[in-house]
Design a protein around this ligand. Structure first.
Ligand code: MTE
Length: 330
């Protein structure tokens, strides 16, 4: 972690990592339930990871999709300012399946990304399961530079590789009655020690309306920095919806379901007063416990103003025309 001289207006780290506070409370409760109230006082009161002590993962076979990278850059998706260096990015992540620390890259090596199948279910013409490499063959990969803004008030700029979610929707063939696309992470506590505790309701679930999913900006990510996606970033398949807070961008997806009802999503279910279904970035709507007006640019000393829809208003504001504003930003 970089050591910075923090200006007086910067959000103290303890306030900008709300999940830790919340999760520790949850972990205490879960720990109490599992172990008996007598052990409560010994529960850890800090973020935890599995970097040391976890059995070392067996080395992986070479990634069969490696030859697909680097993919051609799509010049329509640019950013101003530099890309966050890969080393910085892969040492500052949220992947609670591997701990609530930001430094879970080592622990995430337990994630096995092959074989990997993605199931299409719910309101589809034909439910089916597809191997990730067959799915990749059916898509054309491209690179896009995206801004990435976490609800914890930090930001990065990332060169993602993948394909538009719209292409995946065409591939899945949902019925006309489908109103939402729901994406689920794997559930396997043997492969993800975090899932052995009730810090979140597993598996991690997120969802978009069909209009959001088929917007040009919604991107299914399979790689970053010109290579297959690092495990800690949610290999082999994750979402990137850059106009929303990062918790919407679910990692390591194994199932995509279509429904006609708004799904119960992980963070909204855990703390509905703090995290909602929409989660569109807006500097004027504070989180109940901290401001969203500015963001720390990870890997730099900068704290910059946050922009509505994270700067993507031109592409997405019309999706929410006529909807009650207050509900859209939580
Ligand atoms: N997906 C899963 N399965 N588990 C997680 O813990 N964290 C979310 C999101 N997707 C998370 C997840 C949060 S809070 C953020 S900010 C982003 O992933 C972080 O993505 P990054 O680590 O690539 O920056």
């Amino acid at each position: 972690m970089l050591i910075r001289n923090r200006p007086s207006w910067a959000i103290p780290e303890r306030d900008a990592t709300p999940e830790h506070v919340f999760l520790n409370r949850r972990a205490l409760l879960a720990g109490a339930a599992a172990l008996g109230a007598g052990t409560l006082g010994t529960a850890p009161a800090r973020a935890w990871g599995f970097g040391s002590g976890a059995a070392p993962a067996a080395p992986d076979a070479p990634d069969p999709s490696a030859a697909l990278y680097p993919a051609k850059a799509n010049p329509a998706f640019k950013i101003s300012g530099p890309v966050t260096p890969e080393k910085v990015n892969t040492d500052y992540n949220n992947f609670y399946e591997y701990g609530t620390s930001k430094h879970v890259a080592e622990a995430a090596q337990m994630l096995k990304v092959r074989p990997w199948t993605v199931k299409f279910s719910g309101l589809v013409e034909q439910p089916r399961e597809v191997g990730i490499d067959d799915l990749l063959k059916a898509m054309t990969l491209e690179e896009r530079l995206y801004r990435h803004r976490c609800v914890e008030a930090w930001a990065m700029q990332v060169p993602w590789t993948g394909f538009p979610v719209k292409r995946l929707v065409d591939f899945a063939k949902p019925l006309g009655s489908a109103k939402y696309m729901v994406m689920k992470t794997f559930k396997d506590p043997k492969m993800a020690p975090g899932q052995r505790s009730f810090i979140l309701q597993w598996p991690y679930v997120e969802g978009l309306t069909m209009a959001e999913a088929t917007n040009d900006l919604a991107f299914m990510v399979t790689g970053a920095y010109g290579k297959p996606l690092p495990k800690v970033m949610g290999a082999p398949l994750r979402l990137a919806v850059p106009w929303k807070y990062g918790f919407k961008s679910v990692k390591s997806i194994v199932e995509i379901a279509f429904t006609d009802k708004q799904p119960e999503t992980t963070w909204a279910a855990l703390a509905p007063e703090e995290y909602g279904f929409w989660a569109n970035v807006n500097p004027e709507v504070p989180h109940p416990r901290w401001s969203q007006a500015t963001e720390e640019v990870i890997g730099t000393d900068d704290r910059r103003p946050t922009v509505i829809y994270n700067g993507y208003g031109e592409q997405v504001a019309s999706l929410y025309a006529g909807m009650p504003k207050d509900r859209l930003f939580m």
